[in-house]
Design a binder for this molecule. Structure first.
Ligand code: PAF
Length: 281
């Protein structure tokens, strides 16, 4: 397995590839799980060569404690990747390698996509995501890049980023991978107790019922129903629940049959923040 730490070394390696235009990138922050593995498998099936980046990006954390606690498990990550293919290039740079001596966040105009939901609760988070993803695109120059739909808002923002910056890369959204009981896979799930992790199936169950209700009830009724479910829950605290247009991510009050909608949720369980979403129509 090739684990590369510097930009120069990576560029040297990528120059050796015959058809460098057929390159897939899977950007990650490590602590890899089966959700990441499904991104890698898709990337492998669609590209001659695949790079996975493992980089805990400081500019997307608005809380230093969260950044410090973020799991760094490079050896395990490399082992897990090697179970899929030993041909994948792992790019695991240091913060200095990426940001040199000045960790700076670029500010973007994401046309409001960054102002709602995660953006409302996580400050400058999406400018940090944009900064690192743009940097990775410029270093790797991939033809395709893969992102999970669990972070659907992030996916929309990256689509906007490539449009804004005219980056010639195809952004590929990949379906959410779930644990057996329905909880969306996330590195954070490891921090839940066994019981709460089982009970967290409740989040996806709620979203599936939202989808059923969405055809028959008003948006307000659905939102009130969700709020009630969480008022009655001892294990989970609702941070937000929104139904938005998938294009603009604007929270919806009234349904319009020509628009595609998605429901988004963020929940606290034992101090662990979990997010999920579902397509409604
Ligand atoms: O989704 C993530 O893991 C991160 O936000 C990303 C896209 C790798 C940027 O650091």
């Amino acid at each position: 397995m090739l684990v590369i730490k510097t930009i120069n070394e990576l560029k040297g390696e990528l120059n050796k590839i015959d058809n460098s235009s057929d390159l897939g990138l899977v950007p990650t922050m490590g602590a890899l799980h089966l959700g990441h593995m499904s991104l890698l498998k898709k990337a492998l099936s669609e590209n001659k060569k695949v790079v996975v980046s493992i980089f805990v990006n400081p500019t997307q954390f608005n809380n230093t404690d969260d950044l410090e606690k973020y799991p760094k498990t490079l050896d395990n990550d490399v082992n897990l990747i090697s179970t899929i293919s030993k041909e994948i290039i792992v790019f695991a740079p240091s913060v200095t390698e990426i940001y040199k001596d000045h960790v700076k966040t670029k500010i973007y105009d994401f046309a409001g996509l960054d102002k709602v939901m995660e953006g409302e609760f996580r400050g400058n988070h999406f400018n940090g995501v944009g900064t690192i993803v743009e940097a990775l695109f410029s270093i790797v120059n991939p033809k395709r890049a893969y992102f999970g739909e669990k972070d659907f808002q992030q996916l929309r923002i990256i689509q906007k980023l490539v449009e804004l910056e005219k980056i010639p890369v195809e952004i590929i959204g990949c379906e959410i991978v779930r644990e057996k009981h329905g909880l969306a896979m996330s590195s954070r799930n490891e921090r839940l107790s066994v019981t709460i992790r089982q009970n967290a199936a409740f989040i996806y169950e709620t979203l599936k019922t939202v989808k059923d209700k969405f055809g028959m009830k008003s948006v307000l009724d659905v939102k009130e129903w969700v709020a009630e479910q969480f008022q009655n829950s001892l294990d989970f605290e609702l941070e937000y629940f929104e139904i938005t247009d998938v294009e603009t991510l604007t929270p919806t009050k009234n349904k319009n049959l020509n628009i595609k909608y998605r429901a988004f949720i963020a929940v606290y369980a034992e101090d662990v923040r979990l997010i999920d979403n579902i397509a409604l129509n």
